[in-house]
Design a protein around this ligand. Structure first.
Ligand code: PMP
Length: 375
């Protein structure tokens, strides 16, 4: 035992004492059913919103890419780590996001870091919604810009902050908030940004069903997204005007100083983004919509939180659900604000009505139906 391991043990004990200790448990399966330890569970925990991670065409695309190009990109993108697959994927992502150009990153996390550190700087003020994801928070920190946090979705407060602030401005928001599943009013935010000459950065990681912002005259917008949720693969992207993306290619350290996305991940995302834009994509979204309506009618996204408040209560409820054959994660601070620990139910087009029915019955057993119905 070294001094450092003693220290680590004390830190871990303090996390255990407040129900915040965590460990990654293997969930072995392909789709919503998998094995955890020795039991079979239905998962409502993944972000595979359209079920594309298990889609035969997506899997086949990954396998063929390995056959053609091997397993790794083997260098950073600007050295010799770019394949034509990356270029095709970037063109498809640009079209999907109604943007001129897109750039792929190793993850959504590094896409946010790359965008915010490249565009933010000492002469910039960043305005960030208080419930934005950790990757946005870290991007703001690393950007060395002044960061102003505005109250969740409070456009009045944002407007008055923008009015008071001279100089270059960036507003950054999620379009669907990852832990509450509520949505940002993108058109109103865009109008505010045009009025104040601010750049709008929209993180659409969870926007399997939209909302989507149409291009607006006079608005400079960057769409940040991930390949690892709706697109069932791994990686992230930023889409926007050709000029800004060109600058990211040359300045974003999380793009420049890391190995390109693997051929399999790239090809899987390419196949998936083509499906998303096809008739089949429409059908998958309609199916997801109807499953959401079973659980919470009219709810705008696939993320349905059941707020319990207390950390220990959330952990207990998650373990009771596990005993009933259902995997729903307990989400605690610092992922969500103190006093708002919750179960985070994530629905997917790959769930069946029977699976959602099983979840509803289990929540009823725990007297959680009222919390489920109301956000
Ligand atoms: N943005 C948001 C809103 C997210 O929820 C996440 C992942 N949970 C990310 C970015 C990061 O994406 P990735 O998992 O691809 O790094």
């Amino acid at each position: 035992m070294t001094e450092w391991s003693d220290w680590a043990e004390r830190e871990l004990a303090s996390l255990r004492a407040i129900s915040r200790y965590r460990e990654p448990l293997p969930f072995d399966g392909d789709g919503p059913i998998g094995r955890v330890r020795d039991s079979q569970l239905i998962s409502f925990a993944s972000n595979d919103y359209l079920g594309l991670a298990s889609h035969p065409q997506v899997k086949l695309a990954a396998l063929s890419a390995i056959e053609r190009f091997g397993t790794g990109a083997l260098a950073s993108r600007l050295v010799v780590g770019t394949r034509s697959l990356h270029v095709e994927l970037e063109a498809e992502l640009a079209a999907w996001n109604l943007s001129e150009r897109a750039l792929v990153f190793s993850s959504g996390y590094s896409a946010n870091l790359g965008a915010l550190t490249t565009l933010g700087g000492q002469d910039v003020t960043l305005f960030s919604d208080e419930l934005n994801h950790a990757s946005i928070i870290d991007g703001c920190r690393l950007a060395k810009a002044r960061t102003v946090i505005y109250r969740h979705l409070d456009l009045e407060q944002l407007q008055s902050l923008l009015r008071q602030t001279p100089g270059r401005k960036i507003v950054v928001t999620e379009s669907v908030f990852s832990m509450d599943g509520d949505t940002a009013p993108l058109s109103a935010l865009a109008e505010l940004c045009v009025e104040h000459g601010a750049l709008l950065v929209i993180d659409s990681a969870h926007a399997a069903l939209g909302p989507k912002l149409r291009p607006i005259a006079g608005l400079e917008v960057l769409h940040v997204g991930t390949l690892s949720k709706t697109l069932g693969s791994l990686g992230g992207f930023v889409a926007g005007s050709a000029r800004l993306i060109e600058l990211l290619v040359n300045r974003a350290r999380t793009f420049i100083f890391t190995t390109g996305l693997s051929p399999a991940d790239t090809a899987a995302a390419l196949a998936a983004v083509r499906i998303v834009q096809s008739q089949e994509g429409e059908q998958l979204r309609a199916r997801l919509r109807s499953l959401i309506d079973m659980l919470r009618p009219g709810h705008p996204s696939a993320i349905v939180p059941v707020i319990l408040g207390d950390d220990a209560a959330a952990v207990t409820a998650a373990s009771q659900l596990r005993a009933a054959g259902i995997h729903v994660p307990a989400i605690r601070p610092p992922t969500v604000p103190k006093g708002t620990a919750r179960l985070r139910v994530a629905l997917s087009a790959s769930h069946t009505e029977t699976m959602v029915g099983t979840l509803q019955a289990a929540l009823a057993q725990l007297n959680l139906v009222a919390s489920l119905k109301h956000a």
